[in-house]
Design a protein around this ligand. Structure first.
Ligand code: NAD
Length: 505
């Protein structure tokens, strides 16, 4: 069978498994109270995929009551070891459904199958990792105070966790939040992005199959302004973990202020890749190309600003152009595809408006091709914005597509200033063989996560998050406990310490 036949066969099977999507509340699949639905549209054909129940305030309220009841009841009272067995069970069930989940995610989002396969395996790892972390690393500290006191800390779950997620890596990002939230003992209401509802629904089916007590895990699909905003405002929702655009994050913080919500904010990025003249040329090209064009460029940590040392700029740009010419753009369900269509027509319009702007701002726009047979989808081919500079909007603003702004620099001091001259600070990449310079520059870039001579390889134990307008707080590893648990300190008197005796005669 040829690859395109395999892709059509896979698509046929995937489509056959897709049905209209309902909310999942209190252990039941149900329509929204209002009966409203919205259409989910294919990024590849712009045709309708299915209809999705559009949750609103009443549905969030129902989910909050169910989640609160479960927290106060069976889940809250369950032994940690028993709770973690459920978390492991979810991981096993995800693995059993990998063959189904990856194509479903590709069909829904336009992400190439080679990427969604990796994301699904990361999803089950998220659950296993947090089950292990909670049993082995969620430990308190003990403080001896002379011989008089013993003070110790414990971690307690916070309560009902509201998780709001984007469409760019839906299944992986949802599980990245759900796993620590459940493993630490909270109950969950997930509000997935409206443009990518399919795998969130599949996850509800999987978690239902895992047999968690009713109300521990709930999914309310719907729009940000209705379902999302109601979740943020609900008084029984104790924390909000949000991943999405910076502007949405700040709106959410305003809306949650009255209820004094606990927030974790994973926001936008415009991350630099800095390539010095002594870098390993071929590996730097590989990393730069992968870092911006993988995930269709819809990646928060994408290296969307390239600063290349002027001594190697001509040859580096020539090599990048060659890569751009040869990247395989196509059907997300074809295993060979490297770049697929963008998630939605609105996002496509936004990204293409930046390409027009780039020309107006004086860039030379160099683009790859989209094969004729795929022109119906939201395709933006890999694109280089040559002759860019930091004063341009296309360099300052997050485009979130396969678009790389290319700039040159003369020396270390200049490039640090250029790299930091944006409001974002999520990630950064430095390429040099000079080990001292590598560390120096990485430490001088104002961002949450830096890589030296490396592409974006993640270790789940390390803190994940951004500086400046890219976020507040860290998730990942032990750091997730600071957010998903309440730390309590218990002070124990070991003897009869002095207590002032007010009013005693
Ligand atoms: P978005 O902000 O438009 O939407 C994210 C989620 O927020 C969706 O579920 C949406 O329905 C919801 N939402 C929108 N308005 C809301 C409101 N007023 N109240 C509550 N919820 C609301 O983001 P997006 O377009 O889905 O995702 C792309 C963005 O996410 C990019 O900026 C990208 O950089 C960012 N991102 C960041 C990280 C990170 O870890 N820092 C990871 C992935 C994506």
């Amino acid at each position: 069978m040829s690859n395109s036949q395999t892709a059509s066969e896979l698509k046929r099977k995937t489509i056959a498994g897709v049905h209209d999507v309902q909310l999942y509340i209190g252990g039941q699949f149900m329509e929204a109270e209002s009966g409203e639905q919205f259409e989910n549209i294919s990024p590849f054909t712009r045709e309708k995929i299915n209809r999705v129940a559009s949750g609103g305030e009443e549905d969030i309220h129902k989910a909050a009551l169910a989640a609160k009841k479960a927290f106060k009841g069976e889940w809250g009272k369950m032994k940690q070891s028993e709770r973690l067995q459920y978390v492991y069970k979810i991981a096993d069930l995800i693995d059993e459904h990998t063959e189904e989940l990856a194509p479903l995610e590709s069909y829904d989002t336009g992400l190439p199958l080679s990427i969604t396969k990796k994301m699904v395996s990361r999803a089950s790892q998220n659950f296993r990792f947090y089950a292990e972390m909670v049993s082995s690393r969620m430990v308190g500290k003990a403080y001896q105070v002379d011989d008089e006191f013993l003070n110790y800390t414990i971690h307690k779950p916070v309560g009902v966790a509201g998780l709001i997620t984007p469409w760019n890596a839906p299944f992986m990002l949802e599980t990245w939040k759900i796993a620590p939230a459940l493993a630490t003992g909270n109950t969950v209401i997930l509000k997935p992005a409206e443009w990518s509802p399919l795998t969130a629904n599949k996850l509800a089916e999987i978690i239902d199959q895992a047999g968690l007590p009713d109300g521990v895990f709930n999914v309310v699909h719907g729009f940000g302004e209705s379902a999302g905003a109601s979740l943020v405002a609900h008084e029984d929702v104790n924390l909000i973990s949000f991943t999405g655009e910076t502007a949405t994050g700040s709106e959410i913080m305003k809306n949650g202020a009255d209820a004094l919500k606990r927030f974790s904010m994973e926001l936008g990025g415009k991350s630099p890749i800095i390539v010095f003249e002594d870098a390993d040329f071929e590996r730097a090209i590989d990393a730069c190309t992968w870092g911006i064009f993988s995930f269709n460029g819809e990646r928060c940590t994408a290296n969307s600003r390239l600063y290349i040392h002027e001594d190697i700029a001509d040859s580096f740009i020539a090599a990048l152009k060659e890569r751009v010419d040869n990247i395989r753009v196509g059907d997300p369900l074809d295993d060979r595809t490297q770049v697929g269509p963008l998630i939605h027509k609105n996002h496509y319009d936004n990204v293409t408006s930046y390409l027009k702007l780039a020309k107006q701002e004086g860039c030379d726009v160099y683009r790859g091709d989209v094969p004729e047979e795929f022109k119906q989808g939201n395709f933006v081919p890999p694109t280089l914005l040559l002759n860019a500079d930091n004063s341009m909007r296309v360099v300052q603003e997050e485009i979130f597509g396969p678009v790389l702004a290319v700039m040159t620099f003369k020396d270390e001091e200049e490039v640090i200033e250029l790299a930091n001259d944006v409001r974002y600070g999520l990630a950064g990449y430095v390429w040099t063989k000079d080990i001292q310079r590598g560390h120096r520059v990485a430490q001088a870039v104002d961002a949450g996560m830096l890589w030296i001579n490396s592409q974006n390889v993640r270790d789940l134990r390390t803190p994940f998050g951004g500086a400046k307008h890219s976020g507040i707080g860290r998730e990942g590893g032990y750091y997730a406990f600071e957010f998903y648990t309440e730390m309590q300190v218990i002070h124990v008197a070991l003897g009869d310490h002095r207590i002032p005796q007010f009013g005693k005669k």
